[in-house]
Design a protein around this ligand. Sequence first.
Ligand SMILES: *Cc1c(COP(=O)(O)O)cnc(C)c1O
Length: 438
Amino acid sequence: MSNNCAISNNTNVDLDFDRKHIWHPYTSTVSPLTCYPVESAQGVEIVLEDGRKLVDGMSSWWSTIHGYNHPALNQAAKNQIDKMSHVMFGGITHKPAVDLCQKLLSIAPSSLNHVFLSDSGSVAVEVSLKMALQYWHSKGEKRSKFLALRNGYHGDTFAAMSVTDPDNSMHSLYKGFLPQHVFSQAPSIGFYQQWDESCLDDIKHQVASHHTDIAAIILEPIVQGAGGMRIYHPNYLKGVRALCDQYGLLLIADEIATGLGRTGKMFACEHAEIEPDILCIGKAITGGYVTLAATLTTSHVANTVCEGEAGCFMHGPTFMGNPLACSIANASLDLLATGEWIQQVRNIESYFAKTLPSLTKYERVKEVRWLGAIGVVEARTPVNMETIQKAFVDAGVWIRPFGKLIYIMPPYIIDTHSLDKLIEAIRLTLDRSDCFQS
Ligand SMILES: *Cc1c(COP(=O)(O)O)cnc(C)c1O
């Protein structure tokens, strides 16, 4: 615990209070990890209170795609806040929300026609699951199961957690409270590997045995994020779409991490040239400024839901369609609309292709993989979080590994010099045994 004080001399932040009273993501109140006080952020850099600048390899968890403190996003926020920050969405509409939904539908797969706005990724997933359940209820069928994938991650709220990998999300802790769903093996063939149809055997088998109970299959297209950073073959996704069609199941694509350009396509589904029945978008939608998410669906699903007993979709968050968030999201989507991201993400991808393979010479490295602006180094043993985090900060970068995974998904605007810093920092830690558990 004493290392918490190592950086507390130069800061106005009451780190002692933070450590004693504030929960951070996935941390302990009993033995909290060090937290680094941040003063500001600009472009691809996070500025610590003590003045050190760190190249951000995380895009603040997939969200800050255009970089921090972006003039266009700042301006959008300022313009909107002088009109109204929020107004309820029940019985009221406004230009920021209408503009945003038009933009989302124009970039989304063409079969999607209806947008449900919500507050965060987990809520967008809850909404998608409720839509699927209400869809089958309207059709007079009792279906209460979802099929999800091992190593999948869909959020931390209860329904989202129930379709997240049972081991990673500690289902055993919530036994009796979490609904039991059907899990299929994670796709075993990588994006660039030779395709083999047997990769679909397990999910085919699961669907064949459970399809009369299953409302929908939910998955993260092409890249499984927080559940293992696995990048899989597009033919797997094609095969799952075909299975859904064969059995009349809905397909929910959770593109909260992969959507909006991260994998090199606007949506990862495009790698497989398929369209989902329901699509979840979040994380990067406001360029990392404020929380907002969306669930998109087809007219067929929306209308079936609303022709049922309830006569409507039973959901309506207080901050639905928040004008401030929508305005910033509009500015973020306008930046994407310039198309500059395509070359930026391509450049990051070729940088990873050039640099990551050289890291496999470290005995500590089990595998490296990449796609678009996502780079992953999988170690043989879990990292030592406290030590490796400090090593990264000392090397001038912000990278936050979990378990055996050191992964980076930088802002699209990052240049080669800053990418070099990220890779060099990773190389440095791979040389240090104290950064890893044995
Ligand atoms: C982050 C994430 C979520 C949850 O989003 P929150 O905004 O953290 O609630 C859901 N699904 C995927 C694929 C994610 O990466």
